[in-house]
Design a protein around this ligand. Structure first.
Ligand SMILES: [Zn+2]
Length: 190
């Protein structure tokens, strides 16, 4: 498996999705609790290579993915440029150097024997480095929904993303605001 360097938007998206499987984001329910969940995550968010690595994963690999998730979250939570670059560069260490593929894209192949956690680590590292370089460190943010503990990397062009899971946290916030307005209106009429 290899990671294309110009796919940093996709890689940053996977980093965001990984971070937001954590129990703290779901009020105690880990969304990556076991190996089948890891395979499902890899099939959903990664290329074929990632799914194959996930199917070969053992319990220790799952623990490594959980540790990686914590490391990436810590980077998003403390987005100072030097810290992001140093931390993300460390995440790319399971890669075996940079090369050109047959479509003339810059890619980093994983070294042989790499695990699913190694692959995810390189993806997250490339995602963070790409965003820091192309968009800046202001793109690493906590979710704007008051009741959500999630975080995200904003790769949108205008850079105004507010929620870790826009469909979920954005809707929840809209519903809460709507109810608050209704209550205020009732009180005013009351
Ligand atoms: Zn959220």
């Amino acid at each position: 498996m290899q990671v294309a360097l110009d796919d940093y938007v996709e890689s940053a998206g996977i980093a965001t999705e990984l971070v937001n499987t954590a129990a703290e984001v779901w009020h105690g329910d880990d969304h990556l609790p076991d190996l089948p969940a890891l395979v499902a995550f890899a099939d959903l968010h990664g290329t074929g290579g990632l799914g194959d690595l996930a199917r070969r994963a053992r319990q220790a690999d799952l623990r490594a993915v959980h540790a990686l998730r914590g490391t990436v979250r810590d980077l998003i939570d403390h987005p100072e440029r030097d810290r992001l670059v140093t931390g993300a560069t460390a995440l790319t260490s399971p890669a075996g150097g940079v090369t050109l593929d047959d479509r003339a894209r810059w890619v980093i192949p994983l070294r042989s024997g790499a695990t699913v956690s190694d692959a995810l680590s390189v993806l997250c590292g490339v995602g963070v480095l790409g965003v820091v370089h192309a968009l800046g460190e202001g793109r690493f943010r906590a979710c704007g929904a008051p009741t959500c503990g999630g975080a995200f990397i904003d790769t949108t062009r205008p850079g105004r993303r507010r929620y870790c899971m826009p469909g979920l946290c954005g809707n929840r916030t809209n519903v809460a605001n709507h109810r608050a307005r209704q209550a205020a209106a009732r009180e005013a009429a009351g």
